[in-house]
Design a protein. Structure first.
Length: 115
């Protein structure tokens, strides 16, 4: 079982920036994927960005060019740098970890973009 601990999030004005972090711990194999999803009120959870250890990074069209996902493999940590935030980015953001045997979710962190 892999555990995830998220940090970051909060309230920011439109056009501002936030950085989310998610650290994985437990029995972690060499190859795994980590990413971020979000869920706004009344909507389904959606992909924001995923970054496999090997392979291409994928972004949702709505965040491409504004958000950047990165990984520190030595720390089993994934980051989401969010710039030029818009009110429609308001949601609970969830970290996701996936390997051949596990699919884990973080507890979620609230991001609110409002003036």
């Amino acid at each position: 079982q892999v555990q995830l601990v998220e940090s970051g999030g909060g309230l920011v004005q439109p056009g501002g920036s936030l950085r989310l972090s998610c650290a994985a711990s437990g029995s972690i194999p060499t190859i795994y994927t980590m990413g971020w999803y979000r869920q706004a009120p009344g909507k389904q959870r959606e992909l924001v960005a995923i970054k496999p250890k090997i392979g291409s990074t994928n972004y949702a069209a709505s965040v491409k060019g504004r958000f950047t996902i990165s990984r520190d493999n030595a720390k089993n940590t994934v980051y989401l740098q969010m710039d030029s935030l818009k009110p429609e980015d308001t949601a609970v953001y969830y970290c996701n970890y996936r390997d051949w045997n596990s699919n884990s979710w973080g507890q979620g962190t609230q991001v609110t973009v409002s003036s």
